[in-house]
Design a protein around this ligand. Structure first.
Ligand SMILES: [Zn+2]
Length: 229
């Protein structure tokens, strides 16, 4: 479920591997995994568009090495030195195949680092476009991801009532986490937490203000959802 808060370990268990890299193309048979961070000191300029449905994800730099001590000074690579596609290259090919040839878009699970050891599942996205652009005199990759309404996939009849996926901006999540002290506001539980819209998005509630977001445990989140439907 999107807007769920999980530990690093839970995230790795869920994906069946120890996640080290930010970009993981076809990590599993049916999806890729991207780790993002929009914190002030984050190494890449990932961006959530205002509508909360679109992510612009930046490609990754060459690894630091003896030959290249400043990866930010050279183009982001599409190929490795041995001529294989990098993760930039793999995601770029998949995005272009979708855009130009109508191949089904690659599904991507997006996790976001909120603070050390604490991650938020931002939901399932489709990779719909990619391009390169020049920034500070070098080439960087950009990937466009669009949120999928995860409820509409499983429960078609409830589309109108279900809350559409909206990414809550990082600064709002951090503010809510601090205000609610990392606990469910109803019962004080500290595990299986979610960021909950107090007034649902479908009823006009905003994702952009901490006043409309609260921490709820899985049980109280579901209880509230059932009442609304
Ligand atoms: Zn609770």
């Amino acid at each position: 479920m999107s807007n769920e808060i999980i530990s690093y370990l839970e995230m790795c268990q869920r994906e069946g591997t120890s996640l080290q890299k930010g970009m993981n193309f076809q990590l599993n048979d049916d999806h890729s995994v991207i780790l993002m961070s929009v914190r002030a000191n984050a190494p890449y300029q990932d961006r959530i568009e205002d509508d909360g449905m679109t992510l612009i994800y930046e490609g990754h730099d060459e690894p630091r090495s003896a030959k290249n001590s400043n990866p930010k000074s050279v183009d982001q690579p599409e190929f490795t030195s041995s001529g294989k596609l990098t993760e930039n290259g793999k995601f770029h090919r998949a995005a272009q195949a979708h855009k130009l040839q109508g191949v089904a878009p690659e599904p991507i699970r997006v996790y976001e680092k909120l603070r050390a050891g604490i991650w938020s599942y931002n939901g399932l996205f489709h990779l719909v476009d990619s391009w390169t652009q020049f920034e500070d005199g070098r080439k960087v990759f950009k990937f466009k991801l669009v949120a999928i309404d995860d409820h509409s996939i499983s429960i078609n009849s409830r589309i109108e009532n279900s809350e559409r996926t909206r990414v809550i901006p990082t600064h709002v999540k951090l503010e809510v986490w601090k205000r609610d002290k990392g606990r469910c506001v109803t019962c004080g539980a500290t595990d299986e937490l979610h960021f909950d819209h107090i007034i649902p998005y479908s009823k006009g509630g905003t994702s952009l203000k901490a006043e409309n977001i609260q921490l709820l445990c899985a049980r109280h989140n579901l209880e509230k959802r059932d009442k609304l439907v």
